[in-house]
Design a protein around this ligand. Structure first.
Ligand SMILES: *Cc1c(COP(=O)(O)O)cnc(C)c1O
Length: 355
């Protein structure tokens, strides 16, 4: 039976990508060697590495003002690396607090200087994106989370953001068309939308390299990675290969315009059912709803066991909500197919029939 994977992360990858990745583990490019046992400086791997960077540049339409890196340590290390590199002594950095991940970024930022939480939606359990806030001038940088994986909210409008804009895009990276060059630094753990766990994409404007003037340990210094063409040390070869395959797959689907269209279709299908079906209520306010993580609760908790056994029997996996919100979270990342969302919607309708 086909299992429909709605996991929040690590999450669904395209089947062809998984097949090719597993083949390369046994034999890469008919060399008789595994991808896992060749040098990261070999011709085969360097081609894979360069292609991943090229694909990111192309899809985000990045100019030569930007550098693209594939690092390790997840988004969590970027919570530290970013202030280490950008936050000058004596300055103040601004953060938008829209969920647990932004709170974690704030916590690390505070270790480097004065942090101002410019706006927060904590009071309403992060069910929305704060609006109408004023970003002070002269901030070291302004940090925000474009998509809040746990709460199911997403920033749609960046027009009032100003200064040096840095963002955690872990859970909606390459899911939609955006003017990516409006941002100065973008980071994303690969495991939500573009690959497996083990590598983190960092896109950084060159002029930000060496900004903080701090004595940064080598691995944590973006400029060191850039100076070594992204191979300061051994990169995570397998996660990067699977990411390259995913980016190739994305391009074959028609790139960002096509995937955004599909993602909207999936999200609309599921949100329409949540709004129509009297048994369910969405967590996020409508205007800030995420196209990637759909959070909702059952109005009558006594139906929980019934609903849970129904979706499990249908082959659905990974829709349990995060403990901070409860209920359900359907993560509908790029590689999740429309038919999987349709199946979940059908189960919700069936529950309504028998309830
Ligand atoms: C998952 C997630 C993180 C944490 O990523 P790690 O790679 O596990 O450190 C950070 N931010 C967001 C928005 C996430 O979804």
């Amino acid at each position: 039976m086909k299992i429909h994977n709605f996991s929040a992360g690590p999450s669904v990858l395209n089947q062809e990508v998984l097949k090719k990745a597993s083949e390369a583990v046994l034999n890469i490019n008919n060399s008789g060697l595994s991808l896992l046992e060749i040098s990261h400086r070999s011709k085969d791997f360097v081609a894979i590495f360069e292609q991943a960077i090229l694909q990111v540049r192309k899809m985000m339409k990045l100019s030569n003002d930007y550098e693209v890196l594939f690092l390790q340590g997840g988004a969590s290390l970027q919570f530290v690396m970013l202030p280490y590199n950008l936050f000058r002594e004596g300055g103040t950095a601004g953060y938008l607090e829209t969920g647990n991940w932004s709170s974690s970024a704030i916590k690390e930022g505070k270790k480097f200087g004065n942090v101002q939480v410019v706006a927060s939606s904590k009071d309403t359990n992060f069910d929305r994106i704060p609006k109408d806030f004023e970003i002070p001038d002269n901030l070291e940088y302004f940090h925000f989370t474009t998509n809040n994986t746990i709460y199911g909210t997403q920033i749609k409008d960046f027009s009032n953001f100003k200064g040096i804009k840095v963002c955690d895009m872990s859970s909606d990276i390459l899911s939609r068309e955006l003017d990516y060059s409006q941002f100065d630094l973008i980071y994303a753990g690969a495991q939500k939308n573009i690959g497996p766990a083990g590598t983190t994409l960092v896109v950084i404007k060159k002029e930000l390299l060496n900004r903080s003037q701090r004595d940064i340990p080598s691995y944590l210094d973006y400029a060191v990675h850039v100076a070594k063409d992204g191979m300061f040390n051994t990169p995570p070869v397998f996660p990067i290969y699977a990411t390259t395959l995913t980016l190739q797959w994305l391009e074959e689907q028609g790139g960002l315009p096509a995937i955004e269209k599909l993602n909207k279709k999936k999200a609309n299908l599921l949100y329409s059912e949540i709004d129509r079906n009297p048994l369910f209520t969405g967590h996020a306010v409508k205007e800030d709803r995420s196209m990637m993580n759909v959070t909702f609760v059952l109005n009558d908790e006594s139906l929980k066991n019934k609903f849970d056994s129904m979706w499990k029997e249908a082959g659905i996996s990974g829709v349990n909500g995060h403990r901070s919100v409860g209920g359900y979270r359907a993560s509908i990342y790029n590689a999740l197919e429309l038919e999987s969302v349709q199946l979940l919607v059908n189960v919700m309708k069936e529950l309504e029939q028998i309830a």
